[in-house]
Design a protein around this ligand. Sequence first.
Ligand SMILES: [Zn+2]
Length: 241
Amino acid sequence: MKLMQNCSICSRDGVNNFNYIELEINESGVYELICSRGHTTTVLSHDEKFEILFDIGALALMDGNLIQSVASISASVERFHEFCIRTFLQKRGVDITVVDRMWKQVKNMSERQLGAFYFSYINEFNRNPPIIDNKQISFRNNVIHKGYIPKYREVYDYTKEMFDYIQDLLQQIKGDEYFKSYMEVALEREKVRCKDVKVENEFIGVRFARMATLTDLARGKQNFDEKFKFMKKEITLTKSM
Ligand SMILES: [Zn+2]
């Protein structure tokens, strides 16, 4: 996956050096970049897991890797539910260690996580949450568990529905009160991430950056058909550089 990143050491020297860098997206969220002038910097991904997974799923769809696309988008929705639960609990002032301890009990059980999300949502908004269409749930299960080989159109429609589902929910938790909560959740995660980074150079060599800028789910309500066309153009451009 190619991403555009600027070099913070070049910036310090007064040079705007933006590079398209081929990166293998990883689980740790820690990336070492070497700019065109040879500086090495460490970048910590500032993205939520669900954002990264959605980008991977969208890229897989573009490349025609349809089963991988369904797997990534479906994992993105599950991590998005976790993100919502953690944000709601943070807003209520629940200690993160209490949440982590409970999460361990459900971490391998996606149905229980979904149930937790439904009732956290009701507790938060005093109304029923949006429910994913049964047709899409069956489609996902057929692909992931029964070896069904999907058609491009089916995966496109699935991705589009999940894109709208996440975006609609994000609109509901975008206000200032939630912003503070999910920034706190993100900071806790990044504290853990920072422990894994060996800072051998000066501080300027380490920075936070957003990697999942392709679908850009946090941007606000977007039309998926237009977004997908735009993404295709962007990817074609970066591949040629
Ligand atoms: Zn540089």
